[in-house]
Design a protein around this ligand. Structure first.
Ligand code: GTP
Length: 185
């Protein structure tokens, strides 16, 4: 896999099926609390360098299929450095769509010789009492651009900042092997 040279800003995009919690994750990160009601799509957010662990300004881009055309989403993927594909751990179909739809779509939206790192994000772990990490190994094997999988909860704030930090790291310190971050209380 060929990586681009290390950028001076990190642009993170969140993709995934409707209702998996993309907007909630962004707003939980920024406000450090969970809002029951969120807009369909968060405005683009810029986190200044001095409050990011890697000291790099970071833009976070939300996607909402009800408000954007698929062509607009593809353009946003092209502009991003790292792609977070979110699924809901309590809805198997949202995980199934990662391999059947989202990863091929990301590949189609990027140039052939450069694969952007992808983070798989299992949101809503507050709703289940088991891990779904074992279900992603086949996906990770088929798609080496998958950098890691993180389980988190926008509601309890579990692993939310870790998720964005790991997205930053995937750009700034690219690695090939797959790492999994289990829940951190
Ligand atoms: P679209 O805008 O349709 O693409 O959805 P989205 O992926 O941005 O999801 P959104 O943030 O709007 O959340 C969808 C629903 O899931 C809302 O009712 C949220 O309150 C809920 N939700 C989001 N994150 C969590 C979570 O971690 N745990 C629980 N229990 N609910 C969550």
């Amino acid at each position: 896999m060929v990586y681009e040279s290390i950028p001076r800003t990190v642009r993170i995009i969140l993709l995934g099926e409707p209702g998996v919690g993309k907007t909630s994750l962004i707003l939980s990160l920024v406000t450090e609390e969970f809002a029951e009601h969120v807009p369909p799509k968060a405005e683009e957010i810029t986190i200044p360098a001095d409050v990011t662990p890697e000291q790099v300004p970071t833009n976070i881009v939300d996607v909402c299929l009800n408000e954007q055309t698929i062509e607009q989403v593809a353009e946003e993927i092209e502009k991003a450095h790292v792609i977070c594909i979110v699924f809901s751990v309590d809805k198997q179909e949202t995980l199934n769509k990662i391999a059947s739809y989202w990863l091929p779509f990301v590949r189609d939206s990027c140039s052939d010789d450069y694969r952007k790192p992808v983070i798989l994000v299992g949101n809503k772990i507050d709703l289940i009492d088991y891990s779904v990490i074992d279900n992603i190994w086949d996906i990770a094997e088929e798609y080496p651009e998958v950098d890691r999988c993180i389980e988190c909860s926008a509601k309890t704030l579990t692993n939310v900042s870790e998720m964005f930090y790991n997205a930053q790291k995937a750009v700034l310190h690219p690695i090939h092997p797959i790492y999994c971050i289990e829940e951190q209380e």
